[in-house]
Design a protein around this ligand. Structure first.
Ligand code: FFO
Ligand code: ATP
Length: 218
C-alpha cells in the first residue's frame, strides 16, 4: 500500500517523513551542523535573556532541556551557558514511553539510556509535576511545521509528555522546538492526530518562529 495517508491516521506518511528527515539531517556537513548549533545556542540565549525569562522576574527558573546527540544540534554549549542562571533538567526514558527528569550541570556524568541512544544523568529522577519553576521546555525534533506539529525519533516519548501538559492550558509552559534551518517545514506538512500537541514555536539558527496564538510575543 503506497497511497498517501494510508493507515488510519497518516502514520505511514509520518514514517516516510521521519526517514526523509533523518537522511537529510545525516547528509548535513558536520561543519554546517556545528555552525548552526552555535547560532541556535546564541538565538536561544538571546530569547531566554529577553522575552522568555526576563531576569529578575520571580526567582530562579528551571529549563526542561535535552542533551543533543549527533547528528542532532549540539545543545551542550547552550546548556553550559544557561546553567549558571537556571536549573537545567534533562529527560530520562522510562518504561511505557514515559519521561522523567534529572538535574544536569556541566560535567554531570552520563550513562547511555537502556531505552534509546541518548545519554542520561544517573542521579535522582523527578516526575515533571515535581519540578518547580519550569519556565521553558526545549523539545528535540527532526522536523517542525508552521502549525507547530513535530516529527520526533518515533518513540512517542515527547508526544505523550506534551499530551499530558496541553499547550493551551492556563499557564502552559512555552514548549519550543530546536531544528536545523531546513527542518522548519510548511504548514500541514506533518500529519497530526487529535492528541498531538502543537509546539508554541521553534528555534533555528535564524531565530525563534512562533506559531498560532503564540505568534504574538511569549
Ligand atoms: N537528545 C535527545 N534526547 C531524547 C530524545 C531525543 O529525541 N533526543 N527523545 C525524544 O523522544 C527521547 C529518547 N527517544 C529516542 C528514541 C529513538 C531514538 C533513535 O535514534 N532511534 C533510532 C535508533 C535506535 C537504536 O539504534 O538504538 C531508530 O529508531 O532507528 C532516539 C531517541 C528522550 N531523550
Ligand atoms: N499521547 C499519546 N498517547 C498514546 N500513544 C501515543 C501518544 N502520542 C504518540 N503515541 C504513540 O507513540 C508512537 C510514536 O509516535 P510518533 O510517531 O508521533 O513519535 P514522535 O513524535 O516522532 O517521537 P518522540 O515524541 O519520541 O520524539 C506511535 O505509535 C503513537 O501512536
Amino acid at each position: 500500500m503506497t497511497r498517501s495517508g494510508s493507515g488510519i491516521d497518516g502514520h505511514d506518511d509520518k514514517v516516510r517523513l521521519r526517514t526523509w528527515l533523518r537522511e537529510r539531517r545525516e547528509a548535513l556537513e558536520p561543519a554546517d551542523r556545528a555552525a548552526q548549533s552555535r547560532d541556535l545556542a546564541r538565538q536561544v540565549l538571546e530569547h531566554v535573556g529577553s522575552t522568555i525569562l526576563p531576569t529578575g522576574e520571580g526567582g530562579r527558573s528551571t529549563i526542561a532541556a535535552y542533551l543533543g546527540v549527533a547528528p542532532e544540534p549540539d545543545t551542550i554549549a547552550l546548556l553550559t551557558a544557561l546553567a549558571p542562571d537556571h536549573d537545567i533538567v534533562v529527560p530520562i526514558c522510562e518504561p511505557r514511553y514515559q519521561l522523567s527528569w534529572a538535574a544536569w550541570t556541566p560535567g554531570t556524568p552520563l550513562e547511555r539510556s537502556v531505552r534509546a541512544p541518548v545519554g542520561e544523568p544517573g542521579g535522582r529522577r523527578f516526575a515533571f509535576t515535581e519540578l518547580t519553576g519550569v519556565r521553558l521546555i526545549l523539545v528535540p525534533a527532526l522536523g517542525i511545521d508552521q502549525d507547530g506539529q513535530r516529527v520526533g525519533q518515533g518513540g512517542g516519548y515527547y508526544d505523550r509528555f506534551l499530551a499530558d501538559h496541553p499547550h493551551d492550558a492556563p499557564n502552559a509552559v512555552p514548549r519550543l522546538g530546536i531544528v536545523y534551518r531546513s527542518e522548519l517545514l510548511p504548514a500541514g506538512r506533518v500529519p497530526a492526530r487529535p492528541y498531538d500537541q502543537p509546539l508554541h514555536g521553534a528555534f533555528t539558527a535564524d531565530g525563534l518562529r512562533l506559531f498560532g496564538a503564540r505568534a504574538t510575543p511569549v
